[in-house]
Design a protein. Structure first.
Length: 121
C-alpha cells in the first residue's frame, strides 16, 4: 500500500510541477509580448502597470502550485536532509507568495481608489 501511495505521490508531484511550469511560461510569454507592444507603441503608465500586475498573478498561481507539490513531497520523503531542503524551499516560496500577493493587493487598492476618486487611509 505504501509503495502505491509513494508512486501516486511522485506522479502527482511531477504533474503539479509541470502545471506550475506551464503557468510560469504562459505568464512570461504574455508579459513579454505585452511589454514589447507597450515599448513599441505609445501607451499609458497604467497599461504598463497592468501588465506587471497580471504577470504577478501568474507568478502567485505558479508559486501556489509549487508549494502544493512541496507539501506532497514532504509526505513521502524520509531523508531528514531532503526534508530540511524542502522546508527551506517551502518557506522561501511562501514568503515570495505572501509579498507578491501583498503588492498586488496594494496596487489593486490604489487602482480602485483612483477609479472611485477616494483616498486610502
Amino acid at each position: 500500500m505504501r509503495e502505491w501511495l509513494v508512486l501516486a505521490s511522485e506522479n502527482a508531484i511531477v504533474l503539479i510541477d509541470a502545471l506550475a511550469l506551464i503557468v510560469i511560461v504562459a505568464g512570461s510569454v504574455e508579459a513579454f509580448a505585452k511589454a514589447l507592444y507597450v515599448a513599441v507603441f505609445p501607451s499609458s503608465a497604467m497599461q504598463s502597470r497592468d501588465i506587471w500586475l497580471r504577470f504577478g498573478r501568474w507568478l502567485v498561481a505558479a508559486l501556489t502550485f509549487q508549494l502544493a507539490a512541496d507539501v506532497i513531497e514532504t509526505a513521502i520523503t524520509t531523508d531528514w536532509d531532503a526534508i530540511g531542503r524542502l522546508g527551506a524551499i517551502a518557506v522561501i516560496r511562501t514568503f515570495l507568495n505572501y509579498f507578491l500577493e501583498k503588492d498586488l493587493r496594494e496596487v489593486y487598492g490604489e487602482r480602485q481608489d483612483r477609479e472611485t476618486g477616494s483616498e486610502r487611509t
